[in-house]
Design a protein around this ligand. Structure first.
Ligand code: G3I
Length: 344
């Protein structure tokens, strides 16, 4: 009986489709690339997980903080800024010669309670908004490469999201955010960052026309962050190509700012297979190939939203099994990693 179970177990392990691929970790991703290769960082992991830290340090030359520069973390009370975590990430970047991409100044999520509950006139709201943006930009002046100044301000139908910022400052808050950020750190590149801009042409057209208008009016707006939380099933490559081309041809730097490729986008029971990992690798190769087609001067970089499948935001946010990143949960390279190296 036990022998039978053992044989079944051995067969199951032996037949399990291989997720990891063997390809050399060196040269590292960023060493093969003409543009920066970034990763969203979980500071705890970087500080307390040596395997995570080794791989992160080895493969990437630009980092985005996954959470620690967001308002709830960095500005938890009205008169208190919590700098130590972001400072620690900054000194790591400086020591390891990696650039830091600031994420994110103005968003409707991850706000501290005092900000959501703020009571005041429009003038007081603007003073609070300005202090938030400029205190952070001044603290990191000359030390971050760029900021995601405004994040996810649009709805899927192309209208402006009714965030607390729009409610209290009107639609002009977007322009004001860029003007205040530029005033505080004139050398930082400034980005607008959003999701579904490849998948949803209506949203893409609305964002593009809004940003072009700001630029025409002299607002310091350097680039677009296309988040690219995509999947092996969608969006189609020609939609991705349109997003890259539309923004770069309009003069914006293009940052693939939060890349991950879901293998189980519709949820439900997940069945791993060699074909799935290959499809994930192929999708990544297509993204890289299409990105390389835009003018070199517009290639700001590609950032993955997490290091390994164990670090991804997707399983907990959507309550589903998923494996969207370059390394598996044991920090072993997947087919997508190896394919990326061929594609860069
Ligand atoms: O801070 C609390 C902590 O005090 C508590 O102990 C812990 C227990 O679960 O939760 C912590 O908050 C979590 C937070 O991340 C910080 O770790 C939240 O539950 C969790 O929901 C939050 O998720 C983040 C999410 O943004 C919030 O919307 C993800 O890690 C982060 O990857 C994700 O990133 C966003 C980008 O910033 C913008 N674009 C979309 C992307 C994915 O949602």
């Amino acid at each position: 009986m036990y022998r039978k179970i053992l044989i079944v177990l051995i067969l199951a392990v032996a037949c399990k489709p291989k997720q990891t691929e063997s390809c050399a970790l060196e040269p590292a991703l960023y060493q093969l690339s003409d543009f920066p290769i970034g990763c969203a960082v979980d500071l705890n992991q970087r500080e307390f997980n040596p395997t995570y830290a080794r791989l992160l340090g080895q493969q990437f030359n630009q980092l985005s903080p996954e959470n620690i520069m967001k308002p709830e973390h960095i500005h938890p009370q009205a008169n208190y800024y919590h700098w130590s975590d972001a400072d620690s990430l900054l000194s790591y970047c400086q020591k390891e010669l990696k650039s830091l991409h600031g994420h994110t100044l103005i968003w409707h999520q991850q706000l501290p309670p005092w900000m959501e509950d703020f009571k005041g006139t429009e003038v007081e709201w603007e003073a609070m908004f300005k202090d938030h943006i400029q205190s952070i930009c001044r603290h990191f002046k000359g030390k971050v490469r760029a900021w995601d100044v405004v994040n996810e301000a649009f709805n899927e139908d192309g209208t402006l999201r009714n965030s607390i910022w729009k409610q209290h400052l009107g639609a002009a808050y977007i322009e004001k955010a860029f003007r205040y950020a530029h005033e505080a750190d004139p050398d930082a590149l400034l980005f607008y960052n959003d999701f579904n801009l490849a998948l949803n042409p209506k949203k893409r057209a609305a964002v593009l026309s809004y940003l072009k208008n700001l630029k025409q009016r002299g607002v310091a707006l350097d680039g677009i962050g296309l988040q690219m939380h995509i999947s092996i099933a969608f969006p189609e490559n020609r939609a991705i190509e349109s997003a890259f081309q539309d923004f770069s041809k309009a003069g914006f730097l293009v940052h693939i700012s939060e890349l991950d490729i879901s293998v189980n986008p519709y949820g439900g029971t997940f069945q791993a297979s060699a074909d799935i990992w290959e499809r994930q690798a192929q999708k990544l190769a297509s993204v890289i190939g299409l990105y390389k087609q835009i003018n070199d001067s517009k290639q700001y970089g590609i950032t993955f939203w997490g290091l390994s499948d164990a670090d991804s935001w997707i399983p907990s946010a959507f309550n589903r099994e998923d494996y969207p990143l370059l390394f598996d949960g044991d920090y072993q390279a997947k087919a997508a990693y190896c394919k990326m190296k061929e594609s860069l």
